[in-house]
Design a protein around this ligand. Sequence first.
Ligand code: PEP
Ligand code: MN
Length: 356
Amino acid sequence: MRTAFDNLSQWGLRTFSGSPFLIAGPCSAESREQVLATAQALEHLPVSLFRAGVWKSHALAETFDGVGNIALEWLQEAKALTGLPLAIEINSRKHLEEILQAGIDVLWLGARTTVNPFAVEELALALRGVDIPIFVKNPITPDLGVWVGAIERLRNNGIEKIGVILRGFVNRRPSKWRYEPEWELLQKFRQIFPELPYICDPSHIAGDANMVFSVCQEAMNRNFHGLMIETHYDPSKALSDVAQQLNPQQLEELLGNLILSNPVFQVKDEHNRLRQLKQKIDQLDMRLVEILAGREALARQIVQIRKKQTGKPGEADDRAQLHAKVIEYAKQYQISETYLLELFEIITSGTKATGH
Ligand code: PEP
Ligand code: MN
């Protein structure tokens, strides 16, 4: 059976076996050097599309509004240099001609366009007969009707290659997210359009580079087909969305740590599948050891403080509390209780074994 993920390759886009469909690149194209350096740093990763904002619409008039047409030249150069196909936002029909001339491979409608049915209608009309996949970001306000309407307007104008990007919604309540993901609203939308490919944009949801991974993992757990992750060769110098962009190395680490449960990412051929599973186990083992080392360091500090307080060597862990906690974990994660208790016995003996 053809899945929504298969649509992406049917449309001529590149996908990588065993990887989510990845769109990466800076929030905005800022300079030729920044565009080329970022693209080159991403070239070896499983990136399906290189993104960069060319015309930016930000809330405050004085904020950076993109460099405009010149960025199209830098992007073409980046594509020639790295082979990375290109994706940009289209927010006005007046840019369509230059965009087509620049050979952009995918266009997306931004959150501030999707929210406006007049703007969507105008763009849908302009895009009639243009054979480029159009990805639609969710509207900036959590309005299901407006979001559904945007897809319908494109379809009514004969546009068939449509993908969806969840970038989060303006917050109505205090939230740890810059833009609320509203997973339940997404679920309703997905029930209406189950056939479309779904991409998550964790950068705008999180608003903070340190929180991007957790949103990506959540999206993978929820069977998204891809990710759009803002990546800048030097995020601290970014002219827009400075707090949320990753550098290429952070992106690579993030990809390595993601656990992919969606069956569409399963490598069909068994040999490669085995290799992929072994790599994942290696990564998990490495994380386990890192976590153990972190625990060990904390336990040693506790032992030191207790020794200072009582004058006697003490233990880092409260046995009864630990025992109860471990039994709870065993239930929650459906792991054998005996096994987990024995494992923690060994882990907590580490502090004694190292002589602290
Ligand atoms: C972006 O992708 O950089 C952007 C401005 O998108 P959004 O429309 O989600 O705000
Ligand atoms: Mn951005």
